[in-house]
Design a protein around this ligand. Structure first.
Ligand code: SAH
Length: 367
């Protein structure tokens, strides 16, 4: 099924919402602030004499992280150009149609108030827009945007890969993602889907970006030789146990795969170079623990594996519950994530670290 119809982070502001459980994604943005800042400044020096700056965040979701992007870019551009009062900044927040944009809209007045307090009353030239739509396709007019940002969104594929040979055979029996024991055909099918999607993303953005414009993209990647690259592998293990106990239908598990793919940095480079519209600036990887969804003032080192498992489960539930409950039913969600927390705790005891390998890439649109 197309991802655009089923994918959304858990909306609202409740205990299990994305709003309340996206500290991990927030920490990723904080860690990459310097790269972000350097690229915004570079873009401003590439493109001079504009009457309005237009920037977009792709896959903004519904929580406070969208405002972190907005306030970061506003501060950087304001400091870099004291004339921002006269040159308006238009900020476009994009996500899929099912995203809870209302939670964002309700936070806008508070945000405007805080920048007025911080920067004075004559600062009125920042306009926030919403752009609902699929970033695997066009979102803006030709030559329109100066700067694109996307964090923790591009590992979502437009759809789960299909079995190319025989539709009646499950591609990835007993799993919902690539694991270290998957046959090569599973990895190849995922890679094929990623190459197709990421190429479409790049061609769409290259039409929309002004020459000299920059994109900074961060997403979950993969290390080829690592055993657990993504918590989705553990979700598959839990679902398998639940099949054995008759709590989940075997066929459902066999035919369901998550529309996610973590590319290696090299796979990312190959697609960008083959597409041909951009020059790569930065391309690197950055690691962060699966359990980084912690309160900011908690010292990570004092936490035991049980708590780490629980943090990982909360963070994953806010992301995966909507899509998993369409497939497996709402009723099993509590049990699924309880078991997931326990299994992650056990794996932490055995392996000590469970980390995401994030790919960070910045590219400039060629003239
Ligand atoms: N950038 C935010 C949110 C990350 S969650 C943060 O860092 O916290 C990933 C978001 O990407 C989700 O809200 C999801 O709906 C969105 N997304 C996934 N595929 C998308 C697509 N094809 N087009 C637009 N948004 C997409």
């Amino acid at each position: 099924m197309a991802t655009e119809r089923v994918l959304r982070m858990k909306g609202g502001v409740g205990e299990t919402s994305y709003t309340k459980n996206s500290l991990l994604q927030r920490k990723v943005m904080m860690k990459l602030k310097t790269i972000f800042e350097e690229n915004v400044k570079q873009m401003m020096s590439n493109i001079t004499s504009e009457s309005c700056w237009r920037v977009a965040d792709l896959g903004c979701s519904s929580g406070p992280n969208a405002f972190m992007f907005v306030s970061n870019i506003l501060n950087i551009m304001d400091n870099a150009s004291l004339s921002l009062n006269r040159v308006p900044l238009q900020i476009y927040l994009n996500d899929l149609f099912g995203n809870d944009f209302n939670t964002i809209f309700k936070l806008i007045p508070e945000f405007y108030q805080s920048i007025h307090q911080e920067k004075g009353d004559n600062f009125g030239s920042c306009f926030i827009h919403a752009t609902p739509g699929n970033f695997y396709g066009r979102l803006f007019p030709d030559n329109y945007i100066h700067f694109f940002h996307s964090s923790y969104s591009l590992h979502w594929l437009s759809q789960a890969p299909k079995t190319w040979s025989n539709i009646a055979e499950p591609l990835n029996k007993g799993n919902v993602y690539i694991t270290s024991t998957s046959p090569p055909s599973v990895y190849e099918a995922y890679l094929k889907q990623f190459n197709k999607d990421f190429n479409l993303f790049l061609t769409s953005r290259s039409e929309e970006l002004i020459s000299g414009g920059i994109m900074v993209l961060t997403f979950i990647g993969r290390e080829k030789t690592k055993k657990f690259n993504n918590p989705a592998e553990v979700i598959g293990m839990v679902l398998n146990d639940m099949v054995q106990e008759g709590l989940v239908e075997e066929e459902k598990l066999d035919f369901f795969d998550l529309p996610l793919y973590g590319p290696t940095a090299e796979e990312v480079r190959q697609v960008i170079e083959a597409e041909g519209s951009f020059t790569i600036g930065t391309l690197k990887t950055m690691k962060i623990g699966w359990d980084a969804n912690l309160e900011e003032d908690v010292d990570d080192s004092i936490l035991d594996s049980k708590m780490r498992g629980e943090f990982t489960a909360k963070s994953m539930r806010a992301v995966l519950e909507p899509i998993l409950s369409v497939e497996f039913g709402k009723d099993i969600m509590d049990e699924l994530f309880l078991r997931f927390a326990k299994l992650v705790a056990q794996l932490i005891d055995e392996l000590e670290t469970l980390e995401y390998t994030n790919v960070v890439v910045s590219v400039t649109k060629d003239p």
